[in-house]
Design a protein around this ligand. Structure first.
Ligand SMILES: [Zn+2]
Length: 233
């Protein structure tokens, strides 16, 4: 069973879900896959207005639409998917935000875009499964860059030494940007076990890199990223 946001579940007229290893694209979204915009995610901050199914978006990491029948979905493996919806269900958005997107301001760009034609106070946001603070150890240089460039308490950015809390940073930013409500769905993509307890729940770029370092014949994650998406029915 794929992850759902309790917040988004209350909104009428939309479908959404966060993928995992078992269903990279959640089962109930699969039939809409052909409508997903074509894009190359590059850890950037470019946001595209999507108006037609399968739209060619080029290099982009954020998508927004008010058009029914277009699945906005982003691929992730340790990076954060963030799904947005206006409270009346009439406009939706999705963002792929890794550490680079967070530090470079993709959430701020999305809030700006929403505020051009509306108000973030009329929208909610759900932060999906990503590398958790339990596992996401990074360089001290990166921690220092976050503390310098992101206006949040350092104990929120890094609850354990040299561990970055992507979801907490995203949630705090979204609240500061005026979203009506924010929730966090799913768990750590690096360490969460699957339901059988014999393997892992999510595809993880970090875990895969470690496996490949030990065994170069281990397959990469290409084609195995999970997808998180939302669509207006
Ligand atoms: Zn973990």
């Amino acid at each position: 069973m794929s992850d759902h946001s309790a917040l988004l579940r209350q909104i009428p007229g939309i479908v959404h879900g966060f993928g995992d290893k078992q269903a990279l694209l959640p089962e109930h979204l699969r039939r809409y896959e052909a409508t997903r915009p074509e894009k190359k995610q590059v850890h950037g901050t470019r946001i595209v207005d999507v108006t037609v199914p399968g739209q060619q978006c080029g290099e982009a990491d954020g998508f927004i639409t008010a058009t029914p029948g277009i699945l906005l979905a982003v691929f992730t493996a340790d990076c954060l998917p963030v799904i947005f919806c206006r409270k009346d269900g009439k406009e939706i958005a999705a963002v792929h935000a890794g550490w680079r997107g967070l530090i470079d301001g993709i959430l701020e760009k999305m809030a700006q875009r929403i505020n051009q034609s509306g108000d973030t106070a009329q929208w909610v946001a759900s932060v999906g499964p990503a590398a958790g603070a339990c596992c996401y150890e990074v360089s001290q240089e990166l921690i220092d860059a976050f503390i310098q460039r992101v206006d949040l308490p350092s104990e929120l950015i890094t609850p354990y030494q040299r561990h970055l809390d992507l979801a907490a940073i995203a949630e705090a930013k979204l609240r500061a940007l005026g979203f009506a409500d924010v929730d966090h769905t799913g768990s750590c993509t690096i360490c969460s076990p699957d339901s059988a307890g014999t393997g892992f729940r999510y595809t993880s770029f970090r875990r895969n890199s470690h496996q490949r370092a030990q065994n170069p014949t281990h397959p990469g994650i290409s084609g195995r990223n999970q997808q998180s998406g939302i669509m207006i029915l």
